[in-house]
Design a binder for this molecule. Structure first.
Ligand SMILES: [Zn+2]
Ligand SMILES: [Zn+2]
Ligand SMILES: [Zn+2]
Length: 88
């Protein structure tokens, strides 16, 4: 199961979502991802109330300024709070 999903990640079909408890969630990519190169640099949202994790496809990961000599390959941003469904 895990291996299969890892292959999908490499093929640009799904991407990983980091979670607080160190388990890995996977979400389907939008169609602009390619094998070996993901373009979906969006923020993820984790609802404290219902535990659902969302892909916020329209919210772009902010650029992080790194000190000289460091280069980033991936920036994972997970916002925690209360989702739309739980806000009511
Ligand atoms: Zn992707
Ligand atoms: Zn919720
Ligand atoms: Zn996502």
């Amino acid at each position: 199961m895990y291996r299969t999903l890892q292959v999908f990640v490499e093929k640009g079909i799904v991407h990983t979502i980091p979670t607080a408890d160190n388990s890995i969630l996977y979400a389907l990519c939008k169609d602009n991802c390619e094998a070996g190169h993901h373009h979906d640099h969006h923020v993820h949202f984790e609802c404290d109330h219902c535990g659902t994790t969302y892909c916020l496809d329209d919210v772009v990961t902010p650029d992080i300024k790194l000190p000289a000599g460091y280069s980033s390959e991936q920036i994972d941003v997970v916002v925690k709070g209360r989702c739309k469904a739980c806000e009511k």
